[in-house]
Design a protein around this ligand. Structure first.
Ligand code: NAD
Length: 446
């Protein structure tokens, strides 16, 4: 495997020229990026179709449109984000003023996964450019057509000494991780997140880790069941459940379980029957998902097509925490249902497992909402909706515990790629004597 030293050195040299820090340069680069996405929109859609059988609707609403929005939002806000912030100074420091200057780290490495192969490579790159960095992006090898179009698009508009896309698999990723970067932004599985953090530790490189986990979806007895069913079906089965923040399993109150499951089946039929369904990324994941289908009882769905690598939206009932489907992140269109009588059972159940990346609660009760939000630790989530928080640029997006370190989106993406440099500006008009040893009359000495 080649060393990437020459590429990274060329980016360091370019960074040192100071060009990437220039605000008009950053704005122009974001505009160039936006124009390129529009120009490549059809090619990206075709690649997403070829890699994952994504419909144009899904490709636009969950990837291309999101990036265009994020670019527009970032361009509008950039000038205010880059300004130094004046902060308070305690009376003990009288005469001085204090500021925080955001500065780019330098050269950033972005490693991205296959499930939203364009979105998750492009979104961190917006933050890297906005903050004034150079960047190397390693998109996923499991969606090769989208990664190839992404590489072509980026290299058409940016020189490699500024932004470079490196295509390849695990070995390429490992070779990149051996080099010294100034920031690493990784999106992917918990196990590879640990590999990335270990590699980063060698150079003490700061990391953002956007990882995964099992995200619960609680349907309480006082929920609006029809809306809950529709919003859960959408959040779970978009992208065939291959979404890091998809509801992984449902916790439903036993009193409304039957009614809710009937509505959920109706919502699935309405949205997905006879429609183009995103396929499972490869045979390995297909086999893993099919192995879950003999657990509990199939309430709806359950068919899988090996040739097309597709799995029907499926609901499994009679599931307990002992089933293997509850032992790992599902990452596919299979939704197991657990039931509960008291809310403490839900809280206890979630507490026995690693911190979820997302949590969803459907309830009208303010006490129930307060109890769940205050007593369970998770990355982020929604009340009475699923996955929608991802698309609000004012909300930091990230995990906690094993679901991730750090966050991004909007200003948080800018911050993820910036060092906050603290500067205290001192006056020369007078001097406070008390801090100096043996100089009681220092004020008079100026
Ligand atoms: P993955 O961890 O297998 O791969 C992600 C990237 O890491 C790929 O580019 C891959 O080439 C590289 N990689 C794989 N093994 C490596 C190794 N040993 N050393 C160095 N690099 C390596 O993840 P995936 O299967 O592509 O994506 C699915 C996972 O990503 C799920 O767990 C999901 O929850 C998570 N995810 C998280 C978010 C988020 O925003 N938090 C978003 C999407 C996906």
């Amino acid at each position: 495997m080649d060393s990437f030293l020459a590429l990274i050195s060329s980016q360091r040299d370019f960074f040192r020229t100071g060009q990437t820090k220039d605000i008009p340069f950053r704005l122009q680069s974001l505009q160039t990026f936006r124009n390129a996405v529009k120009l490549y929109e059809k090619e990206l859609m075709a690649a997403l179709k070829a890699d994952l059988n994504k419909s144009e609707f899904e490709a636009y609403t969950t990837e291309i449109g999101m990036i265009l929005n994020e670019l527009r939002f970032t361009m509008r806000q950039l000038r205010s984000w880059t300004k130094p912030t004046k902060v308070k100074t305690p009376i003990t420091h009288i005469g001085s003023t204090s500021y925080i200057y955001p500065e780019p780290y330098g050269t950033a490495l972005i490693i991205s996964p296959w499930n939203y192969p364009f979105l998750l490579a492009a979104a961190p790159l917006i933050g890297a450019i906005a903050a004034g960095n150079c960047a190397v992006i390693k998109p996923s090898e499991l969606t090769p057509r989208t990664s190839a179009v992404f590489a072509k698009m980026i290299q058409d508009v940016f020189p490699r000494k500024y932004i470079a896309v490196v295509q390849g698999g695990v070995e390429t990723s490992e070779a990149l991780l051996r080099e010294k970067f100034d920031k690493i932004f990784f999106t992917g599985s918990v196990s590879v997140g640990k590999v990335v953090m270990k590699a980063a530790a060698r150079h003490l490189t700061p990391v953002t880790l956007e990882l995964g986990g099992k995200s619960p979806c609680i349907v309480h007895e006082d929920a609006n069941l029809k809306l809950a069913a529709k919003r859960i079906a959408w959040g779970k089965f978009t992208n065939a459940g291959q979404t890091c923040i998809a509801p992984d399993y449902i916790y439903v109150h036993q009193r409304i379980k039957d009614k809710f499951l009937g509505l959920l089946k109706e919502a699935i039929d309405e949205m997905y029957s006879g429609q183009t369904i995103t396929r499972i990324v490869n045979e390995k994941h297909f086999n893993r998902l099919v192995s879950f289908l003999d657990q509990g009882s199939i309430f709806t769905g359950g068919k899988a097509n090996r040739e097309k690598l597709s799995v029907e939206p499926t609901i499994l009932t009679n599931i307990t925490w002992e089933d293997t489907i509850m032992k790992e992140e599902i990452f596919g269109p299979i939704l197991p249902v657990l039931e509960y009588g008291e809310l403490n059972e839900v809280i206890e159940g979630i507490h026995q497992h690693p911190n979820p990346l997302a949590l969803y609660l459907f309830s009208k009760g303010s006490e129930t909402k307060k109890e769940i939000v205050n007593s369970v630790s998770f990355g982020g989530g929604c009340i009475n909706d699923t996955i929608y928080h991802f698309a609000n640029p004012h909300l930091p997006f990230g995990g906690v515990g094993t679901s991730g370190i750090g966050s991004y989106h909007g200003k948080n993406s800018f911050d993820a790629f910036s060092h906050q440099k603290s500067i205290l500006k001192q006056t020369n008009l007078f001097d406070i004597p008390f801090r100096y040893p043996h100089m009681k009359n220092a004020l008079k000495r100026i």
